[in-house]
Ligand binder design. Structure first.
Ligand code: AMP
Length: 276
């Protein structure tokens, strides 16, 4: 595996590529089995696997956890090697954004709900870095987790609307044995909170089943919220159901429904969802 930090090195490697397929897995590091699932799929589908580790300042708000986001490059490098990654790109913020650009990508309606509502500018920052990485790496396929369902919806829509020559591959959420979605931020949970965190997924399951059996979305959402409120010390940011991937109110025409939640714990904001 080649580990590189600069855009120039990356360009040289990509320029040498001889029509081989490239699978790309963008991450913010502190890798876990969720990331591994993306890497394994990329390894299986492509001649070359490129992964990136970049804690992207553009997608963090002023009061968010950019400075304390967990990092362990040594462990990540080992994990990427074991997963068969060919090129690991770990740029600095200065390498990615050497000057302030006053041209930005602004996500519209898709970013006004769910995580976008409480994290203004977050998805603009995601598309900023993804655009640069896609142009540099020119992947055949890029792999994203369903765990970040709104991010996935926005990236799929963006790629489609602007004809990026890349296929976006959805990878199902990888969970702990008790159901908690794997996340780099789980390390911020206290022992008590870690016990409580399983109730996010349980609340989503409860809401989904209630909706499927009663067809009453309001009651389903209320049940889910109530489950989190009575079983955790966390504060609900949202628990909602929307059509997927256009994130509109659910109607009789809706084919795929996203039940999604975000909950603030003392030092971590956790998200989870079920697509049904
Ligand atoms: P992150 O490092 O959190 O930015 O995540 C990098 C990629 O891994 C994103 O596409 C995430 O959706 C995906 N990912 C994170 N956690 C999981 C998980 N538990 N299961 C599947 N994919 C995940």
């Amino acid at each position: 595996m080649q580990t590189i930090q600069t855009i120039n090195e990356l360009k040289q490697i990509i320029a040498l590529n001889n029509a081989k397929t490239i699978g790309f897995v963008p991450t913010m590091g502190y890798l876990h089995e969720g990331h591994q699932a993306l890497l394994n799929k990329a390894r299986k589908d492509n001649d070359i696997v490129v992964a990136s580790i970049f804690v992207n300042p553009a997608q963090f708000g002023p009061n968010e956890d950019l400075d304390r986001y967990p990092r362990d490059i040594e462990r990540d490098t080992q994990l990427a090697t074991d997963a068969g990654v060919d090129v690991l790109f770990i740029p600095s913020a200065n390498e990615m954004y050497p000057f302030e650009s006053d041209i930005n990508i602004i996500v519209g309606d898709l970013s006004t709900k769910l995580c976008g509502e409480s994290r203004p500018g977050h998805f603009d920052g995601v598309l900023k870095v993804i655009t640069k990485l896609f142009h540099l790496i020119q992947p055949t396929k890029a792999y994203f987790g369903q765990k970040d369902a709104q991010q996935l919806a926005i990236i799929e829509t963006f790629v489609d609307a602007y004809n990026f020559p890349v296929q976006i591959v959805r990878v199902p959420t990888v969970r702990e044995p008790d159901g908690l979605a794997k996340s780099s931020r789980n390390v911020f949970l206290s022992e008590t909170e870690r016990g409580e965190a399983v109730h996010l997924y349980q609340a989503l399951q409860l809401a989904t089943v209630t909706w499927e059996t009663t067809d009453d979305l309001t009651a389903a959402i209320a049940k889910g919220r109530e489950h989190i409120e009575s079983n955790t010390s966390g504060k609900i940011d949202y628990l909602e159901a929307l059509s997927y991937p256009d994130l509109k109110p659910v109607t009789g025409e809706t084919k795929e429904v996203l039940f999604a939640t975000a909950v603030f714990f003392e030092k971590a904001r956790l998200i989870d969802n079920i697509l049904t």
